[in-house]
Design a protein around this ligand. Structure first.
Ligand SMILES: [Zn+2]
Length: 519
């Protein structure tokens, strides 16, 4: 059947009821969803605009707000009403240039960056020597040593014994050398942890103590166990910059300090504090025509860390939900139930946007038919769990059965599964008893290479897989909208917790942080 004819039937709102049976309507709609998703995908354009055009989306940053505004405009261009819903406030911070150079004993520009929310260098470069935190007996010895940091850049991370990931050692090393490396690395890592803990201070308080003692900066290296990858999180310092330096350059500096070569580096970091700013969720909605007070939700967090551009965490989940919404609007513009897409803010600091939505919209939350969340990278969806809902198999199984084989290649399901206690925004809804499911992706080296790293960039997106997921999501949402029955919310009896011996408990609903980043 031609696309035009399908579109005509659907748009005209004439249910061909007695002519075409419900099943035939299903297969027509599904065919049209697939056709739109495969033959008119907008994913690359959306990805370029969001990930390259706007970039990272750290909570409280101007770029986060820019992304929210972009999403609203994009939905409007598809004739889907959308709005930004304020749920809290955050410390505003804007990343600027970071430039780090070794200036002695020879010159090399270093790969590194300021951590999020790190103080800047006051519009100039700071040049200083480095000092490694020593292995001292206890907190008293540490307090006596602390004045040595004055005027220095303090190195707080261990030097990695190898910059090669384990798979590389496994491929090329002898078994004996690979084993030896791992043993030595484990011993060294344990010793470093003890070295830090003997200061008697938490990581945060250690940074603050160093700052107070007159250091000019703190340098670390949070290697992500792959070639070229470091994880970039937030700083604890309030006056001096905290920077992350790539493994290779950090190792170079560390060895030069240890050998007495007295390296010096210069740091320029130009971030800006922007005061206290609102935090939002972007919510898009297609009103249902028959059961408008029942909801099917698409869910993906919109924020990211800002060491790179948040392409796979969670640009790709965002793209999946936006593209699915676009397809649904075109193919299924008059849904039986109301469809809502939630693009959550501040997932990374504790599921804050979705927790706020659950708290602020009890009338919606109690009538959600199903929610689909995606947040673990660019890969094809290969795992769906029933999230501990007793009858999830009945409806999810039924919906999945309508999905053509090519869109669920390698998909494994687990029913009834167990409730998500955290990890991503579906957990916020599960805690409130909502049948909320994670569309869990194939890895593509997510954990080491892209998740929260400096290499989470456009080029890591596997568009074929994202397209697959957008079509799969659109079909599931369509099925959930059309289902004659409301989904039951009965929960499984959770198994005895082997640690406590107590019966397992369903995760509790928790309140979001509504004022964040303010010490
Ligand atoms: Zn994420």
């Amino acid at each position: 059947m031609k696309k035009v004819a399908i579109a005509f039937f659907l748009m005209s709102g004439i249910l061909p009821g007695n002519i075409i049976k419900a099943q035939q309507k299903d297969s027509l709609v599904i065919a049209a969803i697939i056709n739109e998703g495969n033959n008119n995908p907008q994913l690359k354009k959306l990805a370029h605009e969001l990930i390259d055009g706007i970039g990272p989306r750290l909570v409280g940053s101007p770029k986060m707000q820019q992304a929210h505004d972009w999403a609203v405009a994009k939905y409007s261009s598809w004739d889907i009403p959308a709005r930004n819903e304020k749920w809290g406030e955050w410390r505003g911070w804007e990343r600027g240039i970071t430039h780090i150079d070794m200036v002695a004993p020879w010159v090399k520009s270093l790969e590194g960056t300021q951590l999020s929310w790190s103080p800047n260098t006051g519009g100039k470069s700071v040049t200083a020597g480095l000092i490694i935190i020593p292995d001292l007996k206890d907190s008293i010895a540490f307090a006596q040593w602390l004045p040595n940091v004055k005027g220095k850049i303090v190195m707080l991370s261990m030097m990695q014994p190898t910059g090669r990931p384990d798979y590389n050692w496994k491929e090329f090393g002898t078994t004996a050398s690979f084993d030896k490396m791992k043993q030595e690395r484990t011993a060294q890592t344990d010793a470093w942890r003890k070295r830090i803990s003997k200061t008697g201070l938490s990581n945060k308080n250690l940074a603050l103590a160093i700052e107070k003692a007159g250091a000019v900066a703190i340098a670390g290296s949070n290697w992500s166990a792959g070639f070229g990858v470091n994880k970039i999180f937030g700083a604890s310092t309030t006056k001096i910059p905290t920077i992350d330096i790539a493994l290779e350059d950090y190792g170079l500096l560390y060895r030069l300090v240890e050998s007495g070569a007295d390296p010096k580096i210069s740091i320029r970091a130009d971030s800006k504090e922007t005061g206290i700013v609102p935090t939002n969720n972007t919510v898009a909605e297609m009103k249902g025509n028959e059961k408008k007070d029942e909801y099917v939700m698409l869910s993906a967090h919109f924020d990211s860390w800002d060491g790179a551009t948040g392409a796979t965490d969670n640009g790709t989940g965002t793209l999946v939900m936006m593209e699915a919404m676009r397809i649904l609007k075109k193919i299924y513009p008059n849904p039986k139930r109301t469809i809502i897409a939630g693009h959550w803010g501040s997932e990374e600091q504790g599921l804050n946007g979705s927790r706020a939505y659950v708290e602020d919209h009890p009338e919606i939350v109690k009538n959600i038919q199903a929610l689909f969340n995606q947040d673990n990278g660019t890969g094809r969806v290969v795992n769906i769990s029933g999230a501990g809902f007793l009858y999830s198999y009945d409806y999810l199984g039924r919906w999945l059965a309508k999905v053509p084989e090519t869109f669920k290649e390698g998909l494994e399901t687990r029913f009834p599964g167990s409730p998500a206690g955290g990890g991503s925004d579906n957990a916020s809804f599960v805690a409130a008893g909502v049948p909320a499911f994670s569309l869990s992706s194939l890895g593509w080296s997510y954990g080491n290479y892209t998740w929260h790293t400096n290499r989470d960039t456009y080029d890591k997106i596997v568009f074929d897989d994202v397209q697959n997921n957008a079509i799969l999501t659109a079909i599931l949402v369509y099925q959930a909208c059309e289902d004659a029955a409301k989904t039951p919310r009965d929960k499984i009896v959770l198994p005895i917790n082997s640690r406590t011996g107590e019966p397992g408990k369903w995760p509790e609903q928790r309140s979001p942080t509504r004022k964040g980043g303010l010490n």
